[in-house]
Design a protein around this ligand. Structure first.
Ligand SMILES: C[S@@+](CC[C@H](N)C(=O)[O-])C[C@H]1O[C@@H](n2cnc3c(N)ncnc32)[C@H](O)[C@@H]1O
Length: 381
């Protein structure tokens, strides 16, 4: 496959944009038609409206850099790393990062890519409604295949009167001004927590709206929780790609581990795992650590005896095994010599050859129609 073009032509100049993470000869571009339409809509506004721009959910800096945004409001550590790389590549000032768990900084214009999860979009609109001055402009864009039929209604409800721009290149933009929305915004303390009773844990788990499987236990995670009953207790465990923390929390509760490091690239996932750990293990603060970042890169933690992982299968909107593959090689490097990785994955993802590349010994622990659980030992260095 040919490497994707990295020159992004915009009304604000041409930028050299690369994805993060990127493989050699990366075939995917770092922007999409929705980014181009948003930039064209922003260029049509008067310069005063663009005085202070905040980019929202911008994956690789395709909005923040051309608009010289003062900040990026994002849930994703991968997006923050992509922005940093592309700002350096283009000798552009680096916008500040405001994580999704905080309110966005004041702006004259917010330029937003619609996120995948409708509950997260709703929560972001509610926060924008309470944090921005009346009259602040909001441009929202997405690819047709990712837009919900409710996008315009939610904008009307939370932000105010909304204009639906003409669709082009399989993408669409909406514009609105803050003020006149019918729903009150949300304050930090009621920021849309989602709950379910987790049967294997015997406890309620909470998660913020952008967290994987926030309202129910994932089938793969359930199978992994059954399988780990057969493992011997360890001192240090890592819950790699932790989401709400269900795997690591179950390991702590069942006495499988003395301490757990929870890692995720989503700020909402880390906040949720932290919240659950604080509620369920009050007084055991020294047993839990949290790392918000790209897997275990930059994690300042001792090597683990056991890693549990239900790996991601998406990179932003794209289904991509590369997301999980990278975590496997990180896991092999983060284990002690006698450490083990216990991984659950959808059967069609063919993780076995990947595990065999990074570990001398791999055995199947459990499986059903959809998922397989593997135990990989003796990491290859
Ligand atoms: C399939 S979910 C599993 C969540 C949780 N362990 C569970 O079993 O419910 C995968 C998780 O990987 C996270 N993720 C994706 N890419 C990542 C990366 N590079 N580093 C860390 N976490 C990542 C996602 O945010 C998501 O929470």
């Amino acid at each position: 496959m040919d490497a994707a073009d990295t020159r992004f032509h915009t009304p604000f100049g041409t930028f050299n944009l690369q994805r993060y993470p990127a493989r050699p000869r990366e075939p995917l571009q770092a922007w999409c038609a929705a980014d181009s339409l948003l930039l064209e809509a922003a260029a049509a506004l008067d310069a005063g409206s663009r005085a202070t721009v905040v980019a929202v959910n911008d994956d690789h800096g395709a909005l923040a850099l051309p608009l010289a945004a003062s900040a990026l409001w994002t849930d994703s550590a991968l997006s923050a790393l992509a922005l940093a790389g592309n700002a350096a590549r283009n000798q552009s000032p680096l916008p500040a990062i405001t994580w999704s768990v905080a309110t966005p900084p004041p702006a004259t214009l917010l330029v937003m890519r619609v996120p995948k999860q409708l509950a997260f979009f709703t929560e972001q609109l509610a926060r924008i409604a309470t944090s921005q001055r009346p009259g602040t402009r909001l441009l929202v864009g997405g690819m047709d295949k990712h837009l919900s039929p409710h996008t315009a209604r939610l904008l009307e409800q939370y932000i105010g009167p909304t204009e639906r721009h003409r669709g082009e290149r399989k993408a669409r933009v909406f514009s609105a001004r803050v003020g006149g929305g019918r729903s009150g915004g949300c304050q930090a303390e009621d920021a849309g927590w989602i709950r379910y009773h987790c049967r294997p844990l015997g406890e309620e788990l909470r998660a913020l709206p952008n967290v994987f499987s926030a309202d129910r236990l994932d089938g793969g995670s359930a199978l992994l929780l059954e399988a780990i009953g057969a493992l011997a207790p360890v001192q240090r465990l890592t819950d790699l790609a932790c989401g709400n923390g269900v795997l690591g929390l179950a390991a702590l509760a069942g006495g499988l581990a003395e301490s757990v490091l929870f890692c995720d690239e989503s700020a909402m996932a880390i906040a949720s795992a932290r919240d659950n750990a604080q509620r369920l293990f009050a007084g055991r603060e020294t047993s839990v650590q949290f790392h918000h970042g790209d897997g275990l890169l930059e994690a300042q933690a001792a090597a683990a005896d056991l890693i549990l992982c239900n790996p991601p299968f998406h990179l932003q909107h794209t289904v991509d095994e590369y997301a999980g593959r990278r975590l496997l090689s990180q896991a092999a490097r983060h284990l002690t010599d006698s450490g083990q990785l216990c991984l659950v994955a959808n059967r069609h993802l063919r993780y076995l050859p990947l595990l065999q590349r990074h570990f001398h010994q791999v055995e199947s622990m459990a499986g059903d129609r959809r998922f397989g659980v593997w135990l990989a030992s003796r990491p290859r260095r």
